[in-house]
Design a protein around this ligand. Sequence first.
Ligand SMILES: *Cc1c(COP(=O)(O)O)cnc(C)c1O
Length: 385
Amino acid sequence: MADSARPAGVAPKVVVRPAAIRENAAAIRSRFDGRLVGVTKGACGDPAVAGAMLSGGVAGIADSRTRNLERIRDRFDAETTQLVGPMPDAADRVVATADRSLNTEPTVIAELGAAARRRDRIHDVVLMVDVGDRREGVLPEDLASVFRAALDCEGVRVAGVGANLGCFGGVLPTADRIETFVDAVERAEAEVGERFDVVSGGSTVTLPLVEAGTLPDRVNELRVGEAILLGTDVARDRTIPYLRGDAFELRAAVVECKRKPSTPEGERGRTPDGERPTFEDRGRRERALLALGEQDAVLSELDPVADGIRVLGGSSDHTVLDVTDADREVEIGDVVGFRPGYRALVRAFTSEYVGREVEGATDDEGEGPNGADRDVGGSAGDLSP
Ligand SMILES: *Cc1c(COP(=O)(O)O)cnc(C)c1O
C-alpha cells in the first residue's frame, strides 16, 4: 500500500474537521433553549475549532487560558469567557482579552474591576458556586456576600452565576444537585435584592437533563466542550448518539514493522511509567511501531480508525500496535489514524511535536497549534480513511 502520495517519515499530526464541530454545536443548540457557550480548551483554543463552533451557532467561546483567548479574539468578533479564575497579577491581561471571566474570589474581582477602570471598560464576572464537586466555587451559603461584594465593585458587572460539576469529584448534575444550585441562586437573589441574568448550569455532563427536559428553566446557559469536540461524555461513559465523533483524527507514521513474539523475554522490572504490565501469549504477531508516544498523546485513549488494529501500549516516544488482524498489510511509512479521547486530544494539541491540519483550510488557517510552522505535510494512508 505504499503507492500513494504520502512522504515517508510524516510527523504526527492532528487533523481537524470543522464540519463535524460545526454540526455538533448546531445539534446541541437545537436541543437547548438557552445560550450555548463553546469551550475550546481541549484543543488549545484552536482558531479553526473556535470558528467552527461559532458557525454552528454558539453564543461565545470560553477557554481556560488567556493566551488561547487572545488568538480567538484576534480573529473573531465573538464574546470570550475566561474559565479559570485569573490570578490577580493577570487581571489586566484578562480584562484586555476576555469579555467575561468566571470568578470566586472577591480580591480577584476587585483587581479585575481596577484593571477594567484603567482601561475604561466594564468587565463581566460570572460567580461560580460549588454545589458538590469541590473544584471551584463559593459555597452556597457564601454566595450572597460575594454577590454583594461584586456588585459594589466598580468596573465589573455581575453578568451571572454558574456551577461546574463532574470535573474534580466526579459529581453528576442530577436533579438534586441542580436544585441545590438553583436554590442557592434564588436565595442569594432574595437576600441581595438583585437578579442574576445568566445562570450557567454546567457542561457536557449536564446534557442528559437537556435531553430529558428536566433542566430547570432558570438555567439559561451551558458551557460545553467535550460533547462538541468529541461527541462523548466521559463522566457518564457514553457516546452521545446525535453527535459526531470524527472531529479530530490523530495520525502518525509507521517506523517499524516486524513479526515478534507477543510476550517479553528476560528478567523484568518496571516500565518507564512505573507499571508491571502483563502480556497474553498469543504467539508471534505482526507489530507496527509508530513515531508517536505518551509525550504526544495518552496512548490508552487512542481508538484506531481502521478495524483490526490494537494499541498494545508504548513509551514516551513510541506506540506499539498489533496489526496482525488489520484489513491489509501495514508497511513502513503508512499513516495510522486514531480517534483521541479528551486527554489524548489535549496532549496532542499541547505537544510541540504534533502538527495540525485543518480539513478544507487555506494555508493561513493551517498553522501549528501555537502559531509555529509545523511539518504537517502528507495525506493519510489507507489505514486512515
Ligand atoms: C472545561 C470546562 C467546561 C467544559 O467542560 P466539558 O466537559 O468539556 O463540556 C465548562 N465549564 C468550566 C468551568 C470548565 O472548566
